[in-house]
Design a protein around this ligand. Structure first.
Ligand SMILES: *Cc1c(COP(=O)(O)O)cnc(C)c1O
Length: 386
């Protein structure tokens, strides 16, 4: 049984938590670095609080395991990581205003530039000097300069006294598909070509581009030629899997390894009484239920999934609906030895039984990423294998 964060030291008394395996982060980071090689920088994307695994702890482990920098979808998460002692370069996707320039200078954060207006805005507010990244819109129609504007904007950055062009990046929103022979399909290759064309137009103006970066997780494992001299995967580092070409097939270890609670109340139902109540769940003879202090407020699906199960003392038990805000029932009829205080595993192992991430995602009818963000946001996190 894991040590549960329910004491005055941890500050938590409600026995419901998730478990994040920092050993997995270490493994995935090293494996990525080894895969792309020494000449390719690894910037780990930590958006969404590192998929709700906790950006500060994840960043610290990545920093020790060979990462070269980070990218953030939220400036406040980046600042929190700096304050926690993370020292590698930090790129910000568009998520702050030029009026925050002094904070970026103080914390050495790198903003994204997409337009001439961005260049002028940052130039006006930066006091001393600031590294910036130019983003190219290769077809996602989100942030980024249109390819034909990229040279003009790069020239504006390069001729600025306060801004320094530290890199140029792109991002494809279209998923790559790898066919059954492990060959990446050509379609989204177009976006890489558009990006490379924009890089060339910038170099035509004799502007040096220290970092050229295009690949998120799906691209890293399906399109090795898109490595250029830096990559920025996020979900791979957190252990999510993507279709890979043969040369990049690896085992990625999931960071989210546990979702657990403990029985806070156990009772035998008075069946004569229960059978006169609305039918919340099918009644059984000698039925015993347990209550768990967790519910849809913690990211558990509001509608109880069909076949929703958990593990108690190595046995598989059913969850019983309806799901409440912060309470959930389990059927303990077949585990008469279960006691108040017993650990209940919704994700993870108990005895020889196991509920894997993919099983849980399938139970819930969501993606694995949705399981991460669903439960990681509200629950206390226990970090394992530091
Ligand atoms: C989200 C994001 C990434 C990382 O995506 P993953 O699929 O998690 O690897 C990289 N670059 C940009 C611009 C992003 O928005």
């Amino acid at each position: 049984m894991t040590s549960v964060p329910t004491n005055s030291q941890s500050g938590y008394f409600r026995p419901t938590w998730c478990e994040i395996d920092l050993g997995a982060i270490k493994h995935n980071t090293r494996q990525l670095k080894e895969m792309v090689g020494r000449d390719v920088q690894l910037l780990v994307c930590l958006k969404g609080d590192a998929l709700a695994c906790g950006a500060e702890r994840i960043a610290a482990i990545c920093e020790q395991s060979g990462a070269d920098g980070f990218a953030f979808g939220n400036i406040d998460a980046a600042i929190a990581c700096r304050r926690a002692g993370v020292s590698l370069p930090m790129l910000l996707y568009p998520n702050c205003l030029p009026e925050s320039a002094s904070i970026l200078e103080e914390y050495r954060l790198i903003p994204t530039i997409s337009t001439m207006e961005d260049v002028h805005g940052w130039e006006r507010h930066v006091k001393s000097s600031l590294d910036v990244f130019l983003k190219i819109d290769s077809g996602g129609l989100r942030a980024g300069a249109a390819p034909r504007d990229s040279q003009r904007i790069a020239v504006a950055i390069a001729s600025s006294k306060r801004l320094r062009l530290a890199g140029v990046y792109g991002h494809t929103l279209a998923s790559y598909h790898v066919d059954s022979n492990g060959v990446a399909e050509k379609g989204p290759q177009k976006q890489l070509e558009v990006f490379l064309g924009a890089l060339m137009s910038i170099e035509d103006a004799r502007i040096e581009i220290p970092i050229r970066m295009f690949s998120s997780s799906e691209i890293v494992v399906s399109q090795p030629e898109a490595d250029l001299n830096a990559v920025e995967p996020g979900r791979l580092v957190l252990g999510l899997d993507f279709p890979a070409v043969a040369s990049r097939e690896r085992v990625w270890m999931p960071a989210l390894v546990g979702f657990k609670s403990r029985i806070v109340t156990k009772k035998r139902l008075d069946i004569a009484f229960a059978s006169k109540q609305p039918s919340f769940f099918p009644l059984r003879d000698e039925m015993v239920i347990g209550l768990l202090p967790l519910g849809w407020s913690d990211g558990y699906p509001k509608t109880l999934p069909k076949l929703a199960t958990a593990l108690v003392r190595g046995k598989r038990v059913s969850l019983l609906g309806p799901v409440h805000s912060e309470l959930l029932r389990i059927d303990l009829t077949d585990v008469p030895e279960a006691e108040v205080g017993d650990e209940v595993v919704l994700l993870g192992a108990s005895g020889s039984e196991q509920i894997l991430l993919h099983d849980l995602a399938q139970q819930w009818g969501v993606s694995v990423a949705d399981v991460y963000t669903g439960i990681g946001k509200t629950l206390p996190r226990v970090y394992l294998n530091e």
